[in-house]
Write a protein that binds this ligand. Structure first.
Ligand SMILES: [Zn+2]
Length: 341
């Protein structure tokens, strides 16, 4: 990579918002704190976040098959608690936000704003009334399901096997969408299957996102979006975050650039963002998940985001498009969806 592009990328990261719309931070912090580690975010992540000029991070709350169904609720609550505890000593630098006002204040004070999102409604079991509890705990987004079937919807594939499983959104899932939209939570379609995607298009009244999914045409995988899905997310004012896992992107950063270019061409420059889905940290704490998926990250940590930006510049993507992709587009979406206060 030529130095001129790296310098240019660094400048963009310094001057414009940087958003990662998907990172399993809460799950990892929970596992590490359970093992006795403390100040996980401060020691392991803050320097890399700062290097990337990161402004907003969506932390997913992810419960693995191992803990479902009985331990799902406990794990999800534990992850939220663990993240709050871990961020307490560094709250002047990074904090959970739950409203537009909180987001603006964090941006103004140059703190990293963390938004919480459930990666699947599994912790609710089939008790939709618990949705409000998670909202009250600060959760502002959710996918109906991870790559599995639950009471609300069916995932895009059988986890670890990558074969499509049939079944769309259930009646309870439709009611969940209604309630999420009424509460002020965004719906995330990453991990939803084809039938479910169609069902959501029929019942959703507000824009929805695909926080960490790439383009099927560039790399066929059930987790990636087909052209009509890309267009449907964009037509409703949603945003698609490019995913830096080899499983979904392909073998190298050039391939990730191709996904970004393809999505920008199909969805429009205003509808593409970043949801890196960096997994190495979580895999370290729960090796079994890694064993099931055989996956790796194209970026070792957030500090390497500049290399991706530099590569997009070298590929000839317009600077305005890169600024949108890097953060402006997701930021616009969150400002639109989050409650005022
Ligand atoms: Zn995911």
């Amino acid at each position: 990579m030529e130095q001129i592009f790296l310098d240019w990328a660094r400048q963009i990261h310094k001057e414009h918002p940087v958003v990662d719309a998907h990172f399993d931070l809460a799950a990892e912090v929970y596992e590490r704190r359970l093992a006795g580690e403390r100040n996980v975010v401060e020691k392991r992540y803050l320097p890399c976040f700062r290097q990337a000029g990161l402004n907003v991070l969506v932390s997913s709350i992810y419960v693995s098959d191992r803990d479902l169904p009985e331990q799902g609720l406990r794990r999800a609550l534990g992850q939220i608690a663990a993240l709050h505890e871990d961020l307490e000593p560094v709250k002047d630098q990074i904090c959970v936000v739950t409203s537009k006002k909180g987001l603006e204040q964090a941006l103004w004070e140059k703190k990293i704003a963390v938004l919480l999102s459930l990666e699947g409604l599994d912790p609710l079991g089939s008790d939709l009334m618990l949705l409000r509890i998670f909202y009250d705990l600060g959760v502002r987004g959710a996918g109906l399901t991870w790559s599995r079937r639950n009471a609300f919807a069916t995932g895009c594939c059988k986890a670890g096997e990558f074969r499509e499983i049939p079944g769309g959104i259930t009646e309870l899932g439709r009611e969940a969408v209604r309630q999420m939209e009424a509460l002020g939570m965004w719906v995330d379609v990453s991990h939803l299957n084809l039938d479910g995607f169609k069902d959501l298009c029929a019942c959703a009244e507000k824009p929805f996102i695909a926080s960490h999914s790439n383009a099927w045409e560039i790399h066929p995988n059930y987790r990636n979006l087909k052209d009509d899905q890309i267009e449907a997310v964009a037509a409703r004012g949603g945003v698609i975050g490019v995913n830096a896992c080899t499983l979904l992107a392909g073998p190298d950063l050039e391939q990730l650039c191709r996904h970004a270019e393809y999505l920008a061409a199909r969805a429009g420059e205003n509808c593409v963002g970043i949801g890196l889905d960096l997994c190495r940290g979580l895999y370290e704490t729960t090796p079994r998940i890694h064993f099931e998926t055989e996956n790796d990250d194209l970026l070792a940590h957030h500090g390497e985001m500049e290399q991706f930006t530099a590569m997009l510049l070298a590929c000839g993507m317009r600077e305005e498009a890169i600024i949108g992709l890097l953060g402006e587009n997701f930021l616009r979406f969150f400002r639109q969806v989050l409650p005022e206060t």
